[in-house]
Design a protein around this ligand. Structure first.
Ligand code: GLP
Length: 240
């Protein structure tokens, strides 16, 4: 794993954007794996600027998002579908037919997870961006998830629901389940970039980078992948 330490969130977002721009220029029809959460927002803002300057186009880019909440309509303000449209898709020239997030709007969630998994098997991700949960989760693969796990319906831990309640009026509104790419799907990407900012991520980053890979720290599975770059700001990298 390559670890890049930067000063702050702004620099982290710029360095991540440089990697994305380079890969998009190299292959304008590449497949991106995208993440939600606060961390990639700066990366997306920088990508939008690069698009506005005419440096890159998303016209032929395909995207697959890591995860989506269950129990929320796609139109819900806190769905990851809405998040991606507000923070990226509506501001670039991407063809919305090329945009994919897990569907969670049916009654048979297991079937919907399986369908997303099939799509991922047919489309290898060239460049995957990841955030990290304070408990070391990637996507919504919570501690204890097998590294062989494929796309599945996950019950969110109390810790993750607490972490994400800032986006909702109360903890009761935070969904209890999500559909997420599994660790196996994530490891199938050709290149992975994980971003971490702030002291709440320092311990998870330490375990991810320095300790033996273990399902207790889902992000530590990235040690098994040949092309991972971890970009941390001073706070998130404080224990390294
Ligand atoms: C959610 C997402 C993850 C993300 C994590 C961290 O749980 N499913 O993909 O990495 O939040 O979010 P943040 O970047 O807001 O700290």
């Amino acid at each position: 794993m390559k670890v890049i330490k930067v000063k702050d969130y702004n620099e982290l977002s710029k360095v991540a954007c440089e990697i994305f721009v380079k890969e998009i220029k190299k292959n304008p029809s590449l497949t991106l794996g995208l993440a939600t959460g606060s961390t990639p927002i700066g990366l997306y803002q920088n990508l939008i600027k690069e698009y506005e300057k005419g440096n890159i186009s998303f016209k032929d880019v395909k995207t697959f998002n890591l995860d989506e909440y269950c129990e929320l309509e796609r139109s819900h303000p806190q769905s990851y579908y809405t998040f991606m449209h507000e923070n990226l898709f509506s501001k670039i020239d991407i063809n919305l037919d090329n945009v994919h997030l897990p569907r969670t709007d049916g009654t048979d969630l297991e079937k919907l997870a399986k369908e997303y998994n099939e799509l991922l098997l047919q489309n290898q991700i060239d460049l995957q961006v990841l955030g990290i949960g304070s408990n070391g989760h990637i996507g919504f693969n919570e501690p204890g998830t097998s590294f062989d796990q494929e796309t599945f319906v996950v019950e969110l831990t109390q810790k993750t629901r607490e972490d994400n309640k800032r986006f909702f009026n109360s903890i009761d509104e935070v969904p209890t389940h999500a559909i997420t790419m599994g660790i196996k799907n994530i490891l199938a990407a050709k290149k992975i970039v994980l971003l971490a900012s702030g002291k709440a991520k320092a311990e998870a980053i330490y375990k991810t980078v320095k300790e033996q890979p273990t399902p207790d720290v889902p992000a530590s599975a990235l040690q098994l992948h040949p092309d991972v770059t971890i970009i941390v700001d001073e706070e998130a990298g404080a224990l390294l």
